[in-house]
Design a protein around this ligand. Structure first.
Ligand code: ADP
Ligand code: MG
Length: 354
């Protein structure tokens, strides 16, 4: 498995009219699954196509497995790509589809078919080789597309929104399979999605992109627990954005007042004064009755919704509107109640605006 390095890569289209990627640098280690995550149009596919050699950077350098491939055509790169539309040949059997790339690159048909059947075994479709793609479910067809990429034994496997044609339940199942396979084979993989849950589920690391640049990169946990900006906090999981006041700094930590409630949070270059705080919905603790009356931040519950595994509340308070998820479903708080509001520091982060 090879590494993938981008050094200050910029890609413009239409003689500079559109900047798809703006001075992007990252380093993907051998055997790692890294996800490019971001809203539509942020430059994910362009980045992937540049790794594949289907597009070339306007400026900057791309290295695969320590080798400069910036100017190498796609056919000379040891990568293979799984597309959103699985793009199987409808008139060829499943095994012929998987063997296709091998025969094109000169392998004898019998050998190619043997390898293809092994590849189908890896994705749990050993018995389906003789069918036509139309005789498989969507999830099975996508697994065939994965097998077709795997049999080429690429140095880097690229996947561009591979699950977006599947329904929600199947997506969860197939993403787990892709992740298992990637780990079992020790593949370097670059996975593109706009779905944050999918990114959290499959990735060693996530590179979050926004408007042609990297907004933040890190492990799923780092991004969720230490979002650098309001954009990341809102994009990775749910977040309420409230205003707080830093009233003391001690080393790495900042004491923050949120409507009279005090929490100590990791600071990141914030000084004293007003700050934005991202608050996870499950980090808000609502108390009604006597306990709530003693708390300094008060609010009014405007909506209370039972969702089986949790209650969802909307609360109006001095620092704004809060969306709250509360796992305590046995004694739900009624809409219209006055409540006291507390925060669990673990689900809070200081963020920069924007
Ligand atoms: P994503 O995959 O994140 O949705 P893309 O990489 O496809 O984003 O696109 C990034 C930007 O580059 C968008 O503004 C898109 O319109 C533009 N773009 C992509 N491909 C081309 C192209 N071949 N010609 C002109 N503009 C393009
Ligand atoms: Mg795309």
């Amino acid at each position: 498995a090879g590494s993938v390095v981008f050094e200050n890569v910029t890609k413009t289209y239409g003689k500079g009219a559109v900047t798809a990627i703006d001075d992007v640098s990252f380093d993907i280690h051998p055997g790692e699954l890294v996800t490019l995550l971001g809203p539509s149009g942020c430059g994910k596919t362009t980045t992937l196509r540049m790794i594949a050699g289907l597009e070339h950077p306007t400026t900057g350098r791309i290295m695969i497995g320590g080798k400069d491939v910036t100017h190498l055509p796609a056919t000379d790169r040891d990568v293979s790509m799984v597309f959103q539309s699985y793009a199987l040949f409808p008139h060829m059997s499943v095994v012929e589809n998987v063997a296709y790339g091998l025969t094109v690159s000169g392998q004898k048909k019998a050998e190619a078919h043997d390898r293809a059947r092994e590849g189908l075994g890896l994705v749990g479709l050993a018995d389906y080789g003789d069918r036509l793609p139309s005789e498989l479910s969507g999830g099975q067809q996508q697994r065939v597309a994965v097998a077709r990429a795997l049999v080429l034994e690429p140095e880097v496997l690229l996947l561009d929104e591979p699950l977006s044609n599947l329904d929600a339940k199947l997506r969860r199942h197939v993403r787990t399979e892709i992740r298992d396979l990637q780990q079992k084979l020790g593949l370097t993989a670059v996975y593109v999605t706009h779905d944050q849950e999918e990114a959290l589920a499959v990735s060693d690391r996530i590179i979050v992109m926004n408007r042609s640049v990297i907004a933040q990169q890190g492990t799923p946990r780092q991004l969720y627990e230490e979002p650098a900006s309001a954009f990341i906090a809102d994009f990775i999981g749910d977040a309420n954005l409230v205003t707080g006041e830093v009233f003391a700094l001690n080393g790495e930590m900042a004491d923050v007042d949120i409507g009279g409630e005090r929490v100590t949070l990791r600071q990141r270059g914030h000084g004293l004064g007003s700050v934005e705080v991202a608050v996870r919905p499950d980090a808000v603790r609502l108390s009604d009755g006597a306990e709530g009356a003693q708390m300094s931040l008060k609010g009014n519950v405007t909506h209370a919704t039972y969702l089986g595994s949790a209650m969802h509340y909307t609360v109006q308070c001095e620092v704004g509107e809060l969306f709250v998820i509360d796992g305590r479903i046995d004694a739900p708080i009624r809409a219209g109640s006055e409540v006291g509001i507390g925060f669990a520091a673990r689900g809070l982060a200081l963020v920069s605006g924007q």
